[in-house]
Design a protein around this ligand. Structure first.
Ligand SMILES: [Cu+2]
Length: 134
């Protein structure tokens, strides 16, 4: 490699990296791992979810029940980076899923730990679960 080629590379490389960086940021969500939670009357399937900290996820909430259900997880949702905040309801504490519908939530979990999950409408009936971020 000549000195001239090296000089050229040194000049061009930062420019190339700058051009590529925004693509990577958008691409992050296309790498999201799908996690599906089915809501029935009245429980979550599965009722325990494990996420890896810093990993992007597409959380698919499918309501197969006859009743409306909610994915209520205030601390988990507050700690997470949520791509589309408009999917959150009740001050960002939960996701409402109508009967027969599904909602996709793109998120990156926050701090490692254990978080509470319940359905605000049916926790009295045992529609509760838990979330671990490791
Ligand atoms: Cu419910």
């Amino acid at each position: 490699m000549t000195a001239r080629t090296l000089r050229l590379l040194r000049t061009a490389l930062p420019l190339l990296l700058t051009a590529v960086a925004p693509v990577h940021a958008a691409d992050r969500w296309s790498q999201a791992e799908v996690m599906t939670v089915v809501m029935v009357d009245n429980r979550f399937e599965p009722d325990h979810l494990t996420f890896h900290s810093g990993q992007p996820y597409e959380l698919r909430l499918e309501n197969h029940g006859k009743d409306l259900h909610e994915f209520t997880a205030p601390a988990f949702l507050r700690a997470a980076t949520v791509r589309d905040k408009q999917v959150l309801a009740n001050g960002g504490t939960d996701v409402v899923v109508q009967s027969g519908k599904s909602v996709r939530v793109f998120l990156i979990p926050g701090a490692k730990g254990h978080y509470d999950l319940h359905c605000a409408d049916h926790d009295w009936d045992g529609m509760v679960g838990s979330i671990t971020v490791d």
